[in-house]
Each structure stands twice: as structure tokens, then as C-alpha cells.
Design a protein around this ligand. Structure first.
Ligand code: AMP
Length: 314
């Protein structure tokens, strides 16, 4: 049975205006972050990247991903420029604005899934047009063991509600942030939103709450994983994609779709996201060693386990 995680989404160059300085031509893109994260927890060679880059995308970036065990055979190279995004963050990093988005070769991206990529343990549909997410699903072999994860954003929730509804009907695990959940459900309460969204298709829903962690809603109930309290955050870009990619990589490795596995995987995901925000772009994530991850996972355990059961003493 396949242990592969297929990741489809943007590969980009980002210009980042941060309180700590301005950074240009930073390797980014949702799929890039997701694959780097997945490769830190999955078996070598099992993370498959499907995306598009332009002629300006140095082969060295793909070499770097391959060296980490990411399979890049699904990355198409097209004449033209790579997708570019320019973001500016507030002083406290709590908000950001998109200064410029140049879709370039990403504008007419039509994901082509190589034959060798059809069987996967996990399919992670990154934040792309819902019609393209459906095209990806039409090209993969899906059986009872395949877990389909998806992300989306406000732009598609308001602009493409019908196509998005078709996607939701086919998704096992939707991973979105709290604002997106509120918008998708049309209610403010996160718990009410979760109930309404799960009625639209996804059996499981993870609502990411940035530094405040993430909530899982499924038939087993509600589960919470915190964000790691860092003393210094440098750049939140890609944290959500890192979370989703880390979880996808973990679930592909274990091939376990139980609620227990998803809950455990959320700790890996949150730990990886905490590394992501400690550096500009993916620099800190790329420097993570197994020992670093183990250490942070131990810190997570210590953070949520007080060493006994809960309940009033009679
Ligand atoms: P996040 O911080 O999780 O929203 O992810 C940021 C990454 O998403 C950046 O590296 C950008 O290159 C990429 N990105 C920004 N806008 C878009 C878009 N409209 N479609 C796809 N990817 C995008």
C-alpha cells in the first residue's frame, strides 16, 4: 500500500516586508512549505510535489527539495515567470496585507498528475481554484485508505461557492483557519461553524487559530493542540501550509486514518509550524534536525500533560 503524500499547490517567490527587514525573492508557495514539512516526518521519497514554476526558478531549489526526499517529478517548468507574492506584515505580525500578487505561470496552472503519482496514502489539495482541486481528484486513484485533505481561502469561498461545495463533498479532512470557517459557515461561533461545515461533506475539520493552536472536529469529538509559545516570531508566512503538510506527511507515513492518529499528527504539525515562524521564509524549517523535532514534541507533551487525571476530588 502506498505511503505517499501528494501535495498540489503554489510554488513561489515571495517578497516579505517584515518588522525585522525586507526580504526579496524568498522561496515560498503553499506547496513548497507543505512539502518541506511533510519531508521532515514522512519516509524519504514519499512526498510528491505537483506545481508549476517558470524559467526563472533555479534548478538549485528543486535540487534542494530532492535532497530532502521530495519527489519533484510533478513540478512542471513553463516559459515565463514563477508565481510571485509580496506581503507586508504589521509590527506585531498579527496581520498582513498582500501588496502584489503576480500569478505568472500559475495563472493557467492545470495540475497534471503523473501516472506514477496516482496511488497515495494522502492527497493534500492546496489552496488553488476548487475546479483544479476537482481535476486533481479526477486524476488520482482513490480507495478506502486514501485520505483527501484540502485547504481553501476566502477568495474561493465567496467567488466559487458551487465548485467549492463539490470539493467539500469529496474531502475527508478540511484544514482552514477560523476566519475562513466563519465565512464558509456564515456563523461566528467556531463550534457552530464546524458543525455546519461538516454537514457540507468533510468528515473531519481542523480549524487553525494561528499562534493559538488548532481544533479538530470529528465524530470522536473536539480535540485541541496548542501553538508553541515562542519568545520570538520572525515570519508567520507558510505556517498554515507547514501545519497541513506536516500532518499529511505524518498520516501518510502511518497510513492510519483513525481519530487517534490525526490527533497525534496534529502535535507534529503544530511543532513544525512553530519552527516555520522562527525564521524568514522556510529557512528555520529547512534547518530542523530530528533532535530539534523530538525536543519540541517533548515540550508540547510537557505543556499539556500536568501528570494526572482531571476532576474534582470528592
Ligand atoms: P500562508 O502564510 O499559509 O497563507 O502561505 C503563504 C504562501 O502562500 C506564500 O509563500 C505565498 O507564496 C503563497 N500564496 C500567496 N497568495 C497565494 C495565492 N493567491 N494562491 C496560492 N498561493 C499563494
Amino acid at each position: 500500500m502506498s505511503k505517499a503524500a501528494l501535495v498540489v499547490g503554489s510554488v513561489a517567490f515571495d517578497d516579505l516586508d517584515m518588522p525585522s527587514g525586507n526580504f526579496r525573492d524568498v522561496l515560498g508557495g503553499a506547496a513548497t512549505y507543505s512539502c518541506i514539512a511533510a519531508s521532515l516526518v514522512s519516509e524519504p521519497g514519499t512526498c510528491r510535489l505537483v506545481g508549476v514554476v517558470g524559467a526563472d526558478f533555479a534548478e538549485a531549489h528543486l535540487d534542494m527539495l530532492r535532497a530532502r526526499g521530495v519527489d519533484t517529478a510533478g513540478v512542471e517548468r513553463k516559459a515565463g515567470k514563477t508565481f510571485r507574492w509580496h506581503g507586508r506584515y504589521s509590527q506585531d505580525l498579527a496581520s498582513r496585507e498582500s501588496i502584489d500578487t503576480q500569478l505568472n505561470v500559475f495563472a493557467d496552472f492545470r495540475p497534471k498528475i503523473p501516472d506514477a503519482y496516482r496511488k497515495n496514502a494522502v492527497v493534500l489539495l492546496g489552496n488553488i481554484h476548487p475546479k483544479l482541486q476537482l481535476e486533481v481528484l479526477a486524476q488520482v486513484d482513490r480507495d478506502a485508505q486514501t485520505l483527501v485533505m484540502a485547504d481553501t481561502m476566502n477568495f474561493w469561498i465567496t467567488g466559487e461557492p458551487r465548485a467549492l461545495a463539490d470539493v467539500l463533498a469529496k474531502v475527508d479532512l478540511l484544514v482552514i483557519n477560523d476566519e475562513e470557517a466563519q465565512q464558509l459557515a456564515g456563523v461566528k461561533s467556531v463550534a457552530q461553524a464546524a458543525r455546519a461545515i461538516r454537514k457540507q461533506g468533510p468528515k473531519r475539520l481542523i480549524i487553525k487559530r494561528g499562534e493559538h493552536g488548532a481544533l479538530l472536529f470529528d465524530d470522536a469529538g473536539v480535540f485541541f493542540v496548542p501553538g508553541y509559545p515562542l519568545e520570538q516570531v520572525l515570519d508567520p508566512t507558510g505556517a498554515g501550509d507547514t501545519f497541513a503538510g506536516g500532518l499529511a506527511g505524518y498520516l501518510a507515513r502511518t497510513r492510519d486514518r483513525s481519530s487517534h492518529a490525526v490527533r497525534k499528527g496534529m502535535f507534529y504539525a503544530s511543532a513544525l509550524a512553530s519552527f516555520c515562524v522562527e525564521g524568514i521564509g522556510a529557512e528555520r524549517l529547512l534547518a530542523v534536525k530530528k533532535g530539534d523535532l523530538d525536543e519540541r514534541l517533548a515540550a508540547f507533551t510537557a505543556m499539556v500533560d500536568y501528570g494526572g487525571a482531571l476532576g474534582f476530588v470528592e
